[in-house]
Design a protein around this ligand. Structure first.
Ligand SMILES: [Zn+2]
Length: 64
């Protein structure tokens, strides 16, 4: 009964994923996800090490 592998669903459209394009069902969905990534970077939880280090002096531009 090892033929009953639980296939993950495509996070974009919910269809069963394809081996070639997993975790998506097709390259199109992979593309959509990639686009979301780029357009929604701010929504991704990242480490706040950069925000904590807000005293960094940028060359050429002084914050004050
Ligand atoms: Zn899909």
């Amino acid at each position: 009964m090892s033929n009953d592998k639980p296939r993950k669903a495509c996070p974009i459209c919910g269809k069963p994923t394809d081996e070639r394009t997993k975790p998506f069902c097709s390259k199109r969905c992979a593309d959509v996800d990639l686009h979301r990534w780029f357009s929604g970077r701010y929504a991704i939880p990242v480490t706040e090490d950069e925000e904590e280090d807000g005293r960094r002096e940028e060359p050429g531009e002084k914050p004050n």
